[in-house]
Design a protein around this ligand. Structure first.
Ligand SMILES: Cc1cc2nc3c(=O)[nH]c(=O)nc-3n(C[C@H](O)[C@H](O)[C@H](O)COP(=O)(O)OP(=O)(O)OC[C@H]3O[C@@H](n4cnc5c(N)ncnc54)[C@H](O)[C@@H]3O)c2cc1C
Length: 343
């Protein structure tokens, strides 16, 4: 339906679309979280999408029971499927939601800060928990001091902008609740006439191809990650071989990214990506709190380290004490053989 939201959204979620694939996983998680918080506040939640894939994403999000606002004629932030702050700003000024959410992944984490500036609102980034107390008070939690302390915040003024880490929310199962309505808004109703720059939000200056085996790190079922003990770029080639056999993605702790052995996009941890694969294989990684906070939700953690006292063993389900140069080639060769036998 064409229409109006009528200022009834207590919680407004700005989701990211994945082009032809429709909504991405984080959009579903934010939708689930937004609905839960809105219910606890006794208000409504709305998820907003725009750009390529938004039609499909809107159908999927509505299928999760979420009221969905499709902004037509607005471009997503270049190459990202993310609603730009220049579009989110006028929408929030019109609707006055209490809580505004973006995912804590680029460029949503940056758009959230721009949006807070446009609204003159407070912002808390990288939230790992959100709840409603006494029916009105919103309490946000996030790690501070390198992940060693959890801080809790109470917004004192509204609207309030937050970015939420992946895997914090839980996407509702499709078809378990009533299908949400889809409200279509024209970007031209929100933005000044002829303001094409606002419609785009940002201009793409250049694009750099990040080498990858095609498996998205945040969504991979298996992550094979290497640390400083890999010793160089060659070590990461061994990890890529193993990840390829397992259909997984390669991750890294911070030192290999800083040294250029691994791409910075593969960094896992508090200042990198947050992953929750079924299996996380940590090779030559000591297990710092900063690294663990990016992967501790993995289903099964396997560690390979030559130091039997390495902290990573304390959080692992399976551990191999040894030099990766011996362990990894033997394991990879055995796996390749098993796959050959399977046909
Ligand atoms: C504000 C801040 C943010 C940070 N953010 C992050 C982040 O997001 N992600 C992150 O990872 N770090 C982050 N760090 C850095 C973090 O504190 C650690 O320094 C880092 O995680 C250590 O990486 P590592 O385990 O690879 O290296 P190390 O701690 O040096 O461990 C290397 C391990 O390799 C083992 N090893 C060595 N050689 C071999 C071998 N041949 N075979 C088997 N094992 C071997 C060693 O026994 C050791 O356990 C951050 C730090 C700060 C201050």
């Amino acid at each position: 339906m064409k229409g109006e939201l009528n200022g009834s959204s207590g919680v407004m979620v700005f989701a990211q679309c994945s082009g032809e694939k429709g909504m991405n996983r984080l959009a579903g998680e934010l939708a689930g979280l937004g609905m839960r918080l809105a219910k606890d506040l006794g208000e409504d939640a709305t998820v907003v999408v725009c750009g390529p894939g938004a039609e499909r994403a809107a159908d999927e999000l509505a299928g999760l029971g979420m009221r969905t606002c499709l902004v037509e004629g607005a471009e997503a932030v270049a190459g990202s499927g993310c609603v730009p702050a220049t579009v989110a700003g006028p929408l929030c000024l019109r609707e006055r939601p209490r809580l505004v959410m973006y995912g804590h992944v680029p460029p949503g984490d940056e758009e959230a800060v721009r949006l807070a500036y446009l609204l003159g609102a407070g912002v808390t980034s990288d939230c790992t928990a959100m709840e409603v107390c006494d029916e009105r008070e919103i309490v946000l939690s996030k790690p501070v001091y390198g992940g060693n302390v959890m801080a809790r915040f109470n917004p004192e003024s509204y609207p309030y902008v937050v970015t939420v880490r992946p895997h914090v929310g839980v996407a509702p199962e499709p078809g378990t609740s009533v299908v949400g309505e889809i409200v279509r808004l024209e970007a031209s109703d929100l933005l000044p006439d002829g303001d094409d720059a606002a419609r785009r939000g940002a201009t793409l200056v250049s694009r750099e191809q990040v080498p990858s085996n095609g498996v998205c790190l945040e969504e991979a079922g298996v992550v094979v990650a290497g640390g400083r003990g890999m010793g160089g770029r060659e070590g990461f080639e061994s990890l890529e071989k193993l990840a390829g056999l397992l259909g997984g993605a390669v991750g890294a702790s911070r030192p290999p990214c800083d040294s250029g052995w691994a791409n910075s996009a593969s960094q896992v941890g508090i200042t990198g990506k947050i992953v929750a694969p079924d299996i996380y294989i940590a090779v030559a990684i000591s297990g710092s709190t900063q690294h663990l906070s990016g992967m501790s939700d993995a289903g099964t953690i396997v560690a390979v380290n030559r130091d039997p006292d390495a902290y990573i063993f304390k959080v692992s389900d399976y551990g191999v004490t040894g030099d990766w140069k011996e362990v990894l080639p033997a394991f990879t060769a055995r796996l390749a053989e098993m796959k050959r036998q399977e046909g």
